[in-house]
Structure formats: C-alpha cells, structure tokens
Design a protein around this ligand. Structure first.
Ligand SMILES: [Fe+2]
Ligand SMILES: [Fe+2]
Length: 367
C-alpha cells in the first residue's frame, strides 16, 4: 500500500470515528436541549416544580454566571427559572447545530477523492477559534473541543503534504509508463492501438466494477505495461505467421515473468499495479493459465480485468497469424469463458458496458 493510501485510510478511519462521536454528542446535546426546553415550559406552567428543580439550576454554570452578574437568583421567580432553562435549551440547540455541521464537514472531507488541502486546514484552524466562545458556557468542554478541532487541522495539513508528494510521484510514474509503452509498442510487434484500447477497456471495466475514479485512472495507466515482458521475446516468434511450436509458445509465456522481474524493484503504486498486471494477465480462474497457474481469487482483480480487456482486443484485431474476428463472435467467446478463462464478475461488467466497449473499439481502430 502506498504512503498516501495508507495515510488516507488512517485519516478516513479517524474521520469516521470522529463523525460517530459527533453523532452521539449531537444526540446528547439535542436531548439536553429538549429537556431544558421542557423544563422551561414546566417552570412557567407548573410553579410548584421550581423548588424541586432549584438543585438543578445551582449546578448550571450559565445560571450561576447569570446569577452573579444580574442577581437574578434572588428574584426566585418562575421567570428567572424559565430564563435559565431557555438559555440552556438555546445553548444546547446551538451545540447540536455546530456538532451536526462539523460532522457534515468531516464526512465531506473523508469521502472526497482528494480530501486534504492547505486551504481546508487553514479554514478549520481559523473557525476553530469560534469554539472558544464555548468557554463562556463550559471551560472544559470548550477547551477540549477547541484542541480537538485545532489538532485535526494539522492532520489535514499533513495529509495535504503527502497528497502533494504523491501527485508528483504519480506524474513521474505516468511519464515513465508512457515511455515504456512506446518502447513495447515498437519492439513487441503490437500496435499502439492495442495498448490504448486495452487501457480504455480496462478503465471501463474497473469503473463498472466500482473502482474509484482515481483507481480507474491508475489501473488504465498500469495496464499499458501488461506486455512489457515481450521486449525479450525474439521478433521472429512474436511476428510469426501461423501456429507456434510448443517451444515457441513456452518462450512467449515467459513475457509475464520477465515483465514481473522488470518491474520488481520499482517504487510507486502505479508501477506496483503494473507489475501485478504483467504477471497475472494470462492467469485463469480455473487455474489453467500461466505463469503460476493461480486460481479464482488468487488472481488479483486487476489481473482479471486486464485479462478480459486484452483477449477481447486480441480477438477483434488482426494478428500475423489470424484475421480479426467480428465483435459479436468475440463477445460470445468472452461470455463462453466466464468462470473458466475469465472471472464471471468481470464478464458481467463487460456485458453491461458492451456499448461503451464498442464505442472505444471504433474510436481507437487501427489505421
Ligand atoms: Fe500478454
Ligand atoms: Fe496484450
């Protein structure tokens, strides 16, 4: 897992915990506001209750503050008690409102694709000073809330810093990948169209399978290197018209392990994905694939997606040893391989996104 994904997961987990605390806190505040409101009504309409509730008011710091500044306690009237309760009801209603607002902001932050920014961090820090107003009501709650929100702003700032670093790494990885793809294109006997179409099909399938927009983009880029290992396969074998001998097929198969080795010591989440794809795009759920003969969920989802994208494009393209199949026949072949050659969920996604696949096929047609 990359540093960014790791931090994002941690901060999202923390955000979810904080939002749960907000939900519980908001509920308690709303409950106290409701009780205060009912108490205000009760002291107004049932005067006898005042004497019984006097203990409650004496505990209330706002009431004590009011008593000290206005001498209201000496009035000992229903009106004074009602004011105390109403102030409490209004204060807790405001607290409920601010807690709900904070929770909403938290959720927006943790659900965003790029949740951290320096701007958000400084806004949080700026607004956290408003919480200091709480000191008037309850110093302990006020200080605790202020510190929590203030420290949270530093967490967001740290996230923004790592996000910035990761964006830079992604940009460098992207440039490297484009160069690699161009080399593969020139040396592997495949057209650039194949690499582009496989990347686009991969993105459509990943989107259909619920990957996030960021993951879809990364997967599309990583897929362009699926055949990077073909760089070591002699051109006579790659471009051979007609059937391959067993020995030639054995050599062709090594493009997966060689691709894996080539990307073994590179850093970065996209290149890591590219390595998995290079290794696993010829594996089959029934275990009859290569190089490792992995089965079912033992093959990464990324490998299973690129397998479908790659085969569909190979079938519908002309190769030195075969003519291009028509789209319908290739679709039938993919559906026929569901559960054996291909992952059934990926095939389902392929079928439901078929119109989009067709659009891409005609858009990136070989010249
Ligand atoms: Fe391949
Ligand atoms: Fe391929």
């Amino acid at each position: 897992m990359s540093e960014l994904t790791d931090t994002k997961t941690k901060i999202r987990r923390l955000g979810k915990t904080l939002s749960l605390v907000c939900t519980i806190g908001g509920f308690i505040f709303a409950l106290i506001a409701g009780i205060s409101f009912l108490a205000a009504c009760a002291v107004l309409f049932f005067p006898d209750l005042i004497s019984r509730l006097s203990g409650f008011f004496e505990q209330n710091s706002l009431y004590r503050l009011l008593s000290a500044t206005t001498g209201i306690s000496q009035m000992e009237t229903r009106f004074a008690a009602a004011i105390g309760c109403t102030v409490s009801a209004v204060t807790f209603s405001l607290l409920t409102f601010f807690t709900a607002l904070f929770r909403k902001m938290l959720l927006r932050l943790i659900l965003a694709e790029k949740p951290f920014s320096y701007k958000t961090a400084s806004s949080i820090r700026k607004y956290s000073f408003f919480i200091l107003l709480m000191l008037l009501y309850n110093p302990v709650v006020g200080i605790l809330l202020f510190l929590t929100v203030y420290l949270f702003s530093y967490l967001v700032e740290y996230g923004a810093m790592i996000q910035e670093k990761a964006d830079e790494t992604s940009r460098i990885q992207g440039e490297m990948i484009v160069s690699f793809a161009e080399i593969t294109e020139n040396k592997s006997g495949q057209t650039g169209g194949h690499i582009r179409r496989v990347a686009e099909y991969t993105k459509v399938l990943a989107r259909e399978l619920g990957f996030s927009p960021d993951e879809v983009e990364k997967l599309g880029l990583a897929s362009t290197m699926h055949d990077i290992g073909k760089l070591i396969i002699p051109a006579e074998i790659l471009d051979k018209p007609g059937k391959l001998t067993d020995e030639e097929f054995r050599i062709i198969k090594t493009h997966t392990t060689y691709g894996g080795q080539l990307l073994e010591h590179v850093e970065g989440d996209i290149l890591g994905l590219a390595r998995t794809i290079a290794l696993e795009h010829h594996e089959r759920p029934d275990g009859r694939g290569y190089p490792a003969g992995l089965k079912g969920d033992g093959i990464s989802m990324e490998g299973r997606i690129v397998a479908v994208a790659d085969v569909y494009d190979a079938l519908t393209s002309r190769r030195s040893y075969k003519e291009a199949w028509d789209a319908e026949r290739a679709l039938q072949e993919i559906v026929r391989g569901s559960g054996t050659q291909f992952d059934s969920r990926v095939v389902e996604a392929f079928q439901s996104a078929y119109p989009e696949i067709q659009r891409i096929r005609s858009q990136y047609r070989d010249a």
